[in-house]
Design a protein around this ligand. Structure first.
Ligand SMILES: NC(=O)c1ccc[n+]([C@@H]2O[C@H](COP(=O)([O-])OP(=O)(O)OC[C@H]3O[C@@H](n4cnc5c(N)ncnc54)[C@H](O)[C@@H]3O)[C@@H](O)[C@H]2O)c1
Length: 405
């Protein structure tokens, strides 16, 4: 095991800060195991943001470019947390420099880039991983265990949605999120998460149908300065084209034969971060809504029971990822999104360090190409009046790892 691991984060925007905060905490969760972590650098083209991130999260230095991270021989492991079109060139430079890479979802800005990254992974001598944070939400992991243990009986239906409202304001700036081919809008940004959650719970998706994409706000004002996350920014009177979808619907078939329906939107008013799903079987059901992240609904009562109906299951140490992960290990204390980033960073560094009792590994680049292959199939379905489209064979995907107790 290395004596120390030096980490850096590229991108100090909305999700970059979550990675930066995550690495700070990796040695406080799930027992012993990792060597000391050196918080080496945060890089962002927006230097004020990089400096603020380095100060707030205790990193040694702020760097003005991702190239500076690739060139620093003291850095071992790096998170890529910038717009999707930059993922491939940055990953290529980091792997060439011998650094381990944790890349944000979606894998890349295009299938071509995604395929090149999988090729890179095939020959790489370093860990290459993609973060799907929701996998480590205790209630989502608990529902997966119910399904995988057969507690809902034979599966009958999955309905997933990710409804957000960050694009409802037509005066919001034309950031990188609105640039790129169809599939890179709501589907790549938030659809990738709910697709991964569905597969994490129910296994691989093999085909899609009923694809329908729409863009409610076709033009947006150009930003005059930096845009962070979904935030507002000063804008010009000049407008540019929104190149990708605000909203998408589709159906999907899992390898098991289970059918699913999905809807994804960034223009769903009043839904700040609405990832939610229901999963049904012949003998039970479970439902989750990220707006109530510390609980899920469960029902396996039989029809004759006088108290038939769903019950609220409150987060606690009986769920995967809770015991050993939450500082206050008591039922009902609530949970947040940041813990999932800590566990993601921890799983990445566990894999690098070869710790004896690692967290389940993050997705690989190949797994994340599979998500992109599903999105590509949805776009093709939409372009052919909702026809059924198989997921590309080279985007076959791998089995999701088992949850820790
Ligand atoms: N897992 C999650 O829950 C989650 C949430 C949000 C975003 N994401 C993913 O994280 C990535 C970043 O999203 P975000 O919302 O943080 O974006 P963001 O726009 O808030 O931040 C991106 C940052 O990249 C910087 N940047 C741009 N070009 C650069 C360059 N050449 N060199 C260095 N820095 C550069 C920008 O200045 C900006 O600060 C995306 O891939 C997105 O899909 C994941």
């Amino acid at each position: 095991m290395p004596e120390q691991l030096s980490v850096a984060v590229i991108g100090a925007g909305m999700a970059g800060r979550s990675h930066a905060a995550g690495y700070r905490m990796v040695n406080t969760v799930f027992g012993e195991g990792l060597p000391p972590i050196r918080l080496a650098a945060i890089a962002d083209a927006n230097t004020a943001l990089a400096e603020d991130g380095a100060r707030r999260y205790g990193y040694e230095k702020a760097l003005p470019s991702w190239e500076a991270v690739a060139e620093d021989p003291s850095i071992d492991a790096v998170s890529i947390v910038v717009g999707n079109a930059l993922h491939r060139p940055i990953a290529e430079a980091l792997v060439a420099a011998g650094k381990h890479v944790l890349c944000e979802k979606p894998l890349a800005g295009s299938m071509e880039d995604g395929r090149a990254m999988v090729e890179l992974e095939r020959t790489a001598d370093v860990v290459t991983a993609v973060g799907y944070t929701f996998r480590r939400s205790p209630p989502i992991a608990a529902i997966r265990d119910h399904v995988r243990n057969g507690e809902l009986g034979e599966m009958t239906l999955f309905n997933g949605r990710y409804w957000c409202d960050y694009a409802c304001d037509p005066g919001g700036p034309l950031s990188w999120r609105f640039r790129g081919a169809p599939g890179s809008g709501a589907l790549g940004d938030i659809g990738a998460h709910v697709i991964d959650v569905a597969e994490y719970i129910c296994g691989p998706i093999v085909s899609v149908s009923g694809g329908a994409l729409s863009t409610q706000i076709p033009k947006r004002p150009l930003p005059l300065g930096a845009v962070v996350g979904h935030g507002a920014a000063p804008v010009s009177s000049e407008v540019g084209e929104v190149e990708n979808e605000d909203t998408a619907m589709f159906s999907a078939r899992f390898a098991s034969g289970l059918e699913a329906s999905f809807s994804v939107s960034r223009t769903a008013f009043g839904m700040p971060n609405g990832l939610a799903f229901d999963v049904y079987g012949l003998g039970g059901r479970a439902s989750f809504d990220w707006h109530r992240p510390a609980e899920y609904l469960f029902d396996d009562t039989q029809p004759e029971a006088r108290t038939r109906g769903v019950r609220q299951v409150i987060v606690g140490p009986q769920m995967p990822y809770f015991r050993g992960g939450y500082p206050m290990e008591a039922p009902g204390v609530g949970i947040g999104n940041q813990e999932d980033f800590i566990y993601q960073c921890r799983a990445f560094l566990d894999q690098i360090a070869g710790t004896p009792d690692p967290l389940p590994a993050n997705a690989t680049f190949a797994d994340a190409l599979h998500t992109m292959g599903i999105i590509e199939a949805i776009v093709r379905s939409a372009q052919s009046d909702g026809a059924a489209v198989p997921v590309a064979a080279d985007a076959a995907g791998a089995a999701a790892p088992t949850n820790p107790a």
